[in-house]
Write a protein that binds this ligand. Structure first.
Ligand code: DQA
Length: 147
């Protein structure tokens, strides 16, 4: 199975950014952990990070022909990007939304996700582990179907 992991804006700042909320590990640490996890799970993984809405949209469109599923942390775009929501709705791949922090225990504006309704589900507040759990959920959802 081939999965694409997309991390949105400011997630390249992991390790430096609000460590009390996001921890002290970096995006490179996260991606290393994911590559190791995917090797044991027989998953082929590609990781992509962008601070730009249009690039995230392009990567969602292009994923349709290359991957079996997407793990997406849209960062703050979660809360207001109808364009990313429409991009997810425009493809047939299953998408799982991940948030490292427990957005429901934070500011009110983080309680809304405009993207979640077009995903198969969300994993929230479980730190980096959430990405692995999202991949297991995608694997189960896809069963034998893969590219
Ligand atoms: C986040 C939560 C968002 O509210 C925030 O804007 C982020 C990270 C998370 O992973 O907890 O950038 O998506």
């Amino acid at each position: 199975m081939k999965f694409l992991v997309i991390n949105g804006p400011n997630l390249n700042r992991l390790g430096l950014r609000e460590p009390a909320i996001y921890g002290s590990k970096t995006l490179t640490d996260l991606e290393k952990d994911l590559f190791a996890f995917c090797e044991t799970e027989m998953i082929e993984v590609t990781c992509f990070q962008s601070n730009h809405e249009g690039d995230i949209i392009d990567s969602i469109h292009e994923a349709e022909h290359q991957f079996d599923g997407i793990v997406l942390n849209p960062g703050a775009f979660t809360h207001y990007s109808y364009a990313i929501r429409d991009a997810i709705a425009s493809i047939t791949l299953p998408v799982v939304e991940v948030h490292i922090s427990n957005v429901h225990a934070r500011e009110e504006f983080r309680h809304t996700s405009v993207t979640a309704p077009v995903t198969i589900g969300q994993i929230i507040g479980l730190g980096f582990k959430g990405y692995e759990l999202a991949m297991l959920a995608l694997k189960e959802r896809l069963g034998g179907k893969q590219k």
